[in-house]
Ligand binder design. Sequence first.
Ligand code: HEM
Length: 430
Amino acid sequence: MDVARDLRLGGRLAVMRSGGRVLAWSGDPVLRLMYRPWVDRPHQVHRQLREGPQPFVSRSGVLVVATAELCREVVRDRRFGVRTRAGGTPGGAVDGARDPLLEPVDLSILGLDPPDHTRLRRLVAPAFTPARVAAREHLARSVAERLVDAASRKDRFDLVADVAVPLPVAVIADILGVPDADAETFGHWGRAVGAGLGGVRSLRALHRLDRAVVELRGLMSDLVARRRREGRSGTDDVLDLLVAEEVDDDEAVSLAVLLLLAGFETTSGLIGNAVAAMLASGSWDDLVDDPSTAAAVVEETLRFDPPVQFTARVPHEDVELAGTTVPADSTVLALLGAAGRDPAVHTDPEVFDPTRTTAAEHLAFSGGLHYCLGAPLARLEGRVALEALATRMPTLRRLPGATRRRSLLLSEFTRLPLAHHRGSDGSPLS
Ligand code: HEM
């Protein structure tokens, strides 16, 4: 343990925490999105931000856009990047370093501007095309059905641990070429990293996250080294793509870790948020009546309660945005969650309605250069999970004891207890 580093970071954390709380209580909506009680009902804060002047300048120094139009503009405009001109973390040190509190994990392409972003994204993109993803449907469906069948034999089950995490873990592990992926260990790593991604809040969380990252990087670096030694497998999995000459070991490991984490942490959130929204709105029965509407439910969930709530951009030059000059190297947050409930795009945005025709106009997968590489995969996994649940457990209902991760960045259940009626032989009753 590096005591000097801990003391330095601990001091900074204490200042950030108390300063943040003071600003939240003084009414700064951006800081309110990080603290209780506001973080538990972000939509009220989102509405306030959407209805106010854009971009909103927080007293923390960041600028925020919350309307669908401006969020789309910011993520698509090529004058915006993800690093400062000196190569540093947005909002952090300006000397080109990655700030361990604001960006505790090397985010690989998510945290890179061109040309490195272009080179690395192009390398792995072939593994995530719609056609390649469609070829995984059989695997995703058989895993989903096996998991849902196992869960349906229990008196009560946790949708997150029993279905929503292990399904995407199994599929992304197959795409990457990770043998024997253990959903429980991966889920543990995902929780540790997910808790810190929106910015670390305590030294304990930072240590947990550091440990998870060391273990994840260790696993990936062994696999990359083995693949380099033994040669390509010929299955065109991601490890085959990553051992290309133009990628060094460090880049390959960071990219593999990002793909793994992005591949399941967010998709598990999508599945939980979808089921909770359907059960709360009464639209579960509609899905049971017609499971082919699962794709529409996925889109509406991405609009209504997207697992990733914001993204950050940094203009590389002064940029005019809605009549305001945004200075180069400032931090702009695009609130993707707020954009999904913009009444300028969606009628009655607070209502969960899978039949609405505008749902797909959400920004849950962001846009521009960093548009989610795994969007087709997330949609496929969400759809097959919902189809399996609706056909095998039509009488699904909520039980008490759910827990949510509410952070500025992620909106997802960490536990979602459910039950369904079973016959005396254990079979589902419809
Ligand atoms: C519902 C599930 C998912 C959601 C809500 C989601 C959301 C996002 C968002 C918002 C971004 C862009 C962030 C930005 O603009 O800075 C992103 C990027 C990314 N996502 Fe996803 N994602 C999901 C599933 C997946 C899956 C299954 C994968 C599979 C590997 C994946 C891989 C990636 C990668 C690699 C990037 C970085 C792209 C780049 O920087 O060029 N995501 N995702």
